[in-house]
Design a protein. Structure first.
Length: 289
């Protein structure tokens, strides 16, 4: 006995699933046209975004560098700022302070106590009037500077040391010095307001070096001591980079308005893509001794 099997009917050829080569070519062509349209309308905004991101990064670097310089210069010892250009590099040097106060002086009407002597080199201690400097406090190794008039005004020049003494120790409100340079000043130049500034032992003089022609690193150098003549660059100390691929223009008017100086810094930063930004900052320098 023979068994018969039923098979489903075969579908017509034009109803078979899939696509032809012509359909694939047309699809690819349409996708190519759409891609070109997207590239035309989206490419430039994307490129603009990346350009903006690079400019923002450069601007941030320049802004941080200028803020750092400004913050340091607000603590500069009056009349200690000096600028120079050597071998295509601009140098900004100053003596950085951390605090200040008033010393007991025999001409201010005080009675009793320990005066800062301008006559006896053997007298190496003095009282601090009012609150002792704090945050940071005066410590051994720091320097006391009085009535700084700056380079060319010896003995009132902290770079040459005629008005700068190192602290040996502090007890209560009494500061003891390792030596008394004030008593050998000729002529004596005490502060009219009996004021002193504290220069921290770990900082001393500070130099910012910034290329003037070819882009390179901008650096900060400190703790190299005190040089009577500005060194370009100083020897020793600690050096740290502040920004890269920098060109700077520096102008300084030491007496722009009486006792105030004005420092102009223009920084131009660039990157490997050729993107470039410029940022300028005017910094007021307090030169009231």
């Amino acid at each position: 006995m023979m068994t018969s099997h039923a098979y489903p009917p075969r579908r017509p050829a034009h109803l078979v699933n899939g696509f032809t080569l012509i359909e694939a070519v047309v699809t690819i062509a349409i996708l190519g046209i759409l891609g070109a349209i997207v590239a035309v309308f989206i490419g430039k905004p994307i490129q603009g975004y990346f350009d903006s991101a690079r400019r923002a990064e450069l601007t941030d670097q320049a802004d941080v560098a200028l803020r750092r310089i400004t913050r340091d210069l607000r603590l500069a010892l009056p009349n200690s700022l000096r600028v120079a250009n050597a071998a295509g590099v601009n140098y900004i040097e100053f003596i950085m302070t951390s605090n200040g106060g008033r010393y007991r002086f025999d001409a201010d009407g005080s009675t009793g106590g320990d005066f800062l002597s301008y006559t006896n080199p053997a007298d190496m201690s003095f009282d601090v009037l009012g609150p002792m400097p704090a945050n940071p406090a005066i410590v051994a190794g720091d320097f006391i500077v009085t009535y700084n008039l700056g380079p060319g005004n010896a003995p009132a020049d902290a770079y040459t040391g005629g008005n700068r003494a190192q602290v040996q120790g502090v007890a209560g409100n009494v500061v003891t010095l390792t030596a008394n340079p004030f008593a050998i000043q000729a002529p004596p130049l005490p502060s009219p307001d009996a004021r002193f500034q504290v220069v921290p032992r770990g900082t001393q003089a500070v130099t910012y070096a910034c290329p003037a022609g070819v882009p390179a690193n901008m650096t900060r150098q400190w703790s190299y001591g005190f040089n009577a003549a500005q060194a370009t660059p100083p020897a020793g100390g600690t050096i740290a980079p502040i920004a890269g691929n920098v060109i700077c223009v520096i102008e300084y008017a030491p007496n722009a308005s009486g006792r105030n100086g004005l420092l102009l810094i223009n920084l131009t930063l660039s990157d490997a893509s050729g993107e470039r930004i410029s940022l300028a900052q005017q910094i007021r320098i307090d030169n009231t001794p």
